[in-house]
Ligand binder design. Structure first.
Ligand SMILES: [Zn+2]
Length: 359
C-alpha cells in the first residue's frame, strides 16, 4: 500500500539505532503510533555500482520494455539503486515507482577498434577531453572511460594495452571534473593504473592489474574500487576464445588465478569497495545476488561485502542510508546474510521510497 507507515525493527545494519520508521516514503526516528511492524535484518537498499540496465549489444537500442524488465528484476533482488555504467541511451526516466533507481554515467568512451562494437562512442586521444565533458553533461555525476583493452594490431604478441596516453587522460579527468562529474575507468591491465592514479580518476572498475602499492595509493586518495568478482570469473572463457593471442590469453588466465589473493589484498589495503554485478540482460542470473555470493565464496568477509553493497557503498556514491528524512529505500532479509550469504537471493521485503516492491 502506498505511503503506509512502517516500523522497522530487528537488526538495523549500518547504524547504531535499533528501530526506525517510514513515514510517507521518508525515514524517521520519531515513533509513529500504529505503524505496521517489519522485522528482520534490514539494510539500506543495495546499490549495484556497475550495472547495464540500458545497454544493447547491437546497433538497436534496448527497448523501454526490456529496460523496465531489467529494473524490476533488480528491485526484486533488493537493489534500489543501480549505477548504469555506459549505456547508449538514457534510461533514468524509466526508473519509476517500484523500480530500481538509476544513476547514469553517460556512454562508454573508447577508441576506434579498441573495445566492444556498438557499445562506446569512439574517439581519438585528442578528442577525449571534449567527449569527457560532453558525456559529463549527459550523466548524473559520472562518466565512464574504457582504460584498456586488447590491442589486436600486434599479431600473436597482441596483449592488453592502455587506450590513452597519459596527457589525454589528465585533460579528460580535468574536463569531467570541471563539469561536476566523477570519472570511472574500466581497467584490467597493470600498465594502465599508474596513469589513472596520476590523472586523478575517482573510480577504478575491475582493477585486476592493481598491485599492492596501487591499492594503498588508491585507498589513501579515496578512489573507489569496484572489483566485479563475477565478471573476473569469466576470464577463462575470454581466454579460451583468444586462440590467436597467446600472450593476452596467458595474462587473462594469470589474473583469474590470482583473483582470490587479489581480493584479499584489496580488503587488506583498506580499499573503498563498491559491489557491482556488471550484468545486463542476464541480470536475473547474474545480478547482485550472484555477485555477492561469489565475492564471499572467493574469500571476501561477508560483512565487507554487505557493507559495500549497502550502506558503505551508498555513502561512497553520495546516497543516504540511515539519515533522518532520507527516502526510504531498504531491503529486509528474514535471516542474516552475513551468516549465510545465500539469504541475498530471497529478500523478504524491498522498499523503494517507502513503498513495498511487488515481486
Ligand atoms: Zn560493464
Amino acid at each position: 500500500m502506498a505511503n503506509e507507515a512502517i516500523h522497522l525493527t530487528g537488526k538495523l545494519r549500518g547504524t547504531s539505532q535499533t528501530e526506525a520508521w517510514i513515514d510517507r516514503g521518508r525515514l524517521t526516528f520519531t515513533p509513529i503510533p500504529g505503524a505496521r511492524d517489519v522485522c528482520g535484518w534490514i539494510y539500506p537498499g543495495l546499490v549495484d555500482a556497475h550495472a547495464h540496465p540500458g545497454v544493447s549489444h547491437d546497433e538497436i537500442p534496448v527497448s523501454d520494455d526490456e529496460v523496465i524488465r531489467r529494473l524490476a528484476v533488480m528491485a526484486s533482488q533488493g537493489v534500489t539503486t543501480a549505477r548504469e555504467m555506459g549505456a547508449q541511451r538514457d534510461v533514468s526516466h524509466l526508473a519509476q515507482t517500484g523500480r530500481t533507481k538509476v544513476i547514469r554515467s553517460g556512454r562508454h568512451i573508447a577508441r576506434f577498434k579498441r573495445y566492444i562494437r556498438h557499445l562506446p562512442v569512439d574517439v581519438e586521444p585528442a578528442d577525449l577531453p571534449r567527449e569527457a565533458a560532453r558525456q559529463a553533461r549527459r550523466g548524473d555525476g559520472w562518466i565512464k572511460i574504457v582504460g584498456d583493452w586488447i590491442d589486436r594490431s600486434d599479431g600473436s604478441c597482441s596483449d592488453l594495452r592502455p587506450l590513452w596516453p597519459r596527457p589525454a587522460l589528465i585533460e579528460a579527468v580535468r574536463a569531467a571534473h570541471d563539469e561536476g562529474a566523477r570519472v570511472a575507468v574500466h581497467t584490467f591491465a597493470t600498465e594502465t593504473i599508474e596513469d589513472l592514479l596520476v590523472a586523478g580518476v575517482d573510480c577504478i572498475e575491475h582493477g585486476t592489474g592493481m598491485t599492492w602499492e596501487h591499492m594503498r595509493e588508491a585507498s589513501s586518495r579515496g578512489i573507489l574500487i569496484d572489483p566485479t568478482v563475477r565478471q573476473i570469473s569469466t576470464f577463462p572463457q575470454i581466454a579460451a576464445q583468444a586462440t590467436k593471442y597467446p600472450v593476452y590469453r596467458t595474462r587473462m588466465l594469470a589474473m583469474y588465478e590470482r583473483q582470490r589473493e587479489h581480493l584479499a589484498m584489496l580488503v587488506e589495503a583498506g580499499s573503498h569497495l563498491l559491489m557491482g554485478s556488471d550484468s545486463n540482460e542476464d541480470v536475473a542470473d547474474k545480478g547482485m545476488p550472484a555477485e555477492l555470493i561469489l565475492a564471499v565464496a572467493m574469500g571476501m568477509p561477508p560483512s565487507r561485502v554487505m557493507a559495500g553493497a549497502s550502506y558503505s557503498g551508498r555513502r561512497l556514491l553520495g546516497l543516504p542510508s540511515w539519515e533522518e528524512g532520507a527516502s526510504a529505500d531498504f531491503v529486509v532479509y528474514n535471516a542474516d546474510p552475513e551468516e549465510n550469504i545465500e539469504e541475498v537471493t530471497r529478500p523478504g521485503t524491498v522498499f523503494i521510497d517507502g513503498i513495498a516492491v511487488k515481486f
